[in-house]
Design a protein around this ligand. Structure first.
Ligand SMILES: *Cc1c(COP(=O)(O)O)cnc(C)c1O
Length: 273
């Protein structure tokens, strides 16, 4: 009885889960690259939001380097955590949440901040740029591909314009690609209905941005794919998958409330309420 319980617990360790995700990623990438859809092994961002420092340390020890957070206060605290600073010198933080413009300084001050994936306005880009230091911070423009009210991000035209704005006006930011969340229903349906329309839309936006900026489209990344749909995303050419619960386990209910709250605040800011 005890032995059985132990086995069940062992299967759930962060290290085991991480290896499972990486193995699946590599397998899917292999077939996608054979079909010439994917040209780089997608980076895995381990989304550690709401999860304790010990689990981040465990994943880092297992070889994981990129971690994603989507609350400003949490990325600020974790990135400055003395233990993580000491034991994880190569850690790379990805910010994947809503940043209100008055939090630009806090975000840009985070040690080891590597990528801000969620630029949703020219105003935010300007504020972040104004806080930039010596080394440019990589950024992506978030596209609301599913057009859902409760999701952040720009529409197609707005996204192209914002990407251009960053390249032309924000020397402290380096545009590296585009990011989307997409509609959960679309990712579930995609399993039997062919390709996820939200991911197709992000690919289309990348094409438009590349044309506008005179780039090869493969110079721009696609951040798409979460626990539920990263397999599909890799098949479609994702270069950056953001996986949380499949690695760290389910999050408590509070986090989705916080997320809804933060999205609502962002909408209010956009509407200038
Ligand atoms: C929480 C979150 C993820 C990870 O979600 P899981 O379903 O737990 O893998 C990915 N991207 C963003 C923007 C998130 O907020």
């Amino acid at each position: 009885m005890l032995g059985r319980l132990k086995i069940i617990r062992r299967m759930g360790t962060v290290t085991d889960n991480l290896l499972e995700v990486l193995t699946k990623r590599d397998e899917i990438y292999k077939s996608a690259s054979a079909e010439k859809r994917a040209v780089n092994v997608p980076r895995l961002v381990a989304v550690s939001k709401t999860k304790p420092v010990e689990l981040i340390l465990e994943a880092y020890t297992a070889g994981q380097r990129c971690f994603g957070e989507n609350y400003i206060q949490e990325i600020s605290e974790k990135s400055s955590n003395p233990e993580l600073l000491e034991k994880c010198p190569d850690i790379k933080w990805h910010f994947i949440g809503n940043c209100q413009t008055n939090k630009a300084k806090t975000l840009m001050s985070c040690p080891n901040l590597a990528v801000i994936e969620t630029i949703t306005s020219e105003k935010l880009a300007s504020k972040l740029n104004a806080q930039g230091g010596e080394r440019p911070v990589s950024v992506m423009v978030q596209i609301n591909t599913s057009g859902e009210e409760n999701k952040n991000g720009l529409d197609v035209a707005g996204g192209v314009q914002c990407a251009k704005f960053i390249v032309e006006n924000c020397p402290k930011l380096k545009l590296i690609g585009l990011m989307t969340i997409g509609n959960l229903g679309n990712s579930i349906q995609a399993n039997d209905k062919g390709e996820n329309p939200d991911f197709l839309k992000l690919i289309e936006v990348r094409k438009l941005v590349a044309e506008e900026l005179n780039l090869d489209e493969h110079q721009l990344e696609l951040s798409m794919g979460m626990s539920n749909d990263y397999a599909e995303a890799i098949k479609m050419g994702s270069t950056n998958i953001r996986v949380g619960s499949s690695i760290f386990g389910v999050r408590n209910a509070k986090s989705s409330q916080d997320s809804a709250q933060s999205q609502a605040e962002s909408k209010m800011e956009q509407l200038k309420i």
